[in-house]
Design a protein around this ligand. Structure first.
Ligand code: HEC
Length: 129
């Protein structure tokens, strides 16, 4: 079993998309169906993101307190790519793949749990509704 895990991580390590994003390191999407912004995602964003990405402040020109705002382009383009969580910069940021682009920023809040990341991924993969 140990060698299997090792093998998987070696193979995973080769699967690099982009300069410093190894998508195989992102926790998997939740198996839950019908994940919606209002019911599942907004509570996560409200707890961990909205103080910097809400009505008062829009760091990186990103607002996450409404569905419409979350889907808009921010300073580096769309951070949510409907149907493709693995390519969504927002997912890379919450999975903390690159310490320089990790969200919440280091020391500015608890990282999201694997379950929360899985829900965000499922929501995006299901079309970000
Ligand atoms: C303490 C403040 C703070 C919190 C909390 C925070 N962010 Fe950020 N976020 C920033 C700052 C500052 C930037 C801009 C970084 C830059 O432009 O270099 C940013 C940028 C981003 C970007 C990139 C936007 C772009 O297009 O460049 C994403 C995606 C993002 N945040 C997602 C999140 C998510 C999701 C959460 C919650 C899990 C979160 N952030 C929590 C401060 C915060």
């Amino acid at each position: 079993m140990k060698s299997l895990i090792l093998l998987a991580s070696v193979i995973g390590g080769l699967n690099v998309v982009g300069a410093d994003v190894d998508v195989s390191k992102i926790p998997p999407a939740s198996a839950r169906k019908d994940v919606t912004f209002a019911k599942d995602i907004l509570p996560i964003f409200e707890k961990s993101c909205v103080k910097c990405h809400g009505a008062e402040k829009q760091k990186g020109k990103l607002r996450l307190d409404t569905l419409e705002a979350a889907l808009k382009e921010s300073s580096s383009g769309a951070t949510i790519i409907k149907g493709d969580s693995a390519k969504s910069a927002l997912v890379h940021s919450i999975a903390q793949l690159d310490p320089d682009a990790a969200m919440p920023p280091e020391g500015k809040g608890e990282p999201l749990t694997k379950d929360q990341i899985g829900l965000v991924r499922a929501w995006i993969d299901q079309g970000a509704k």
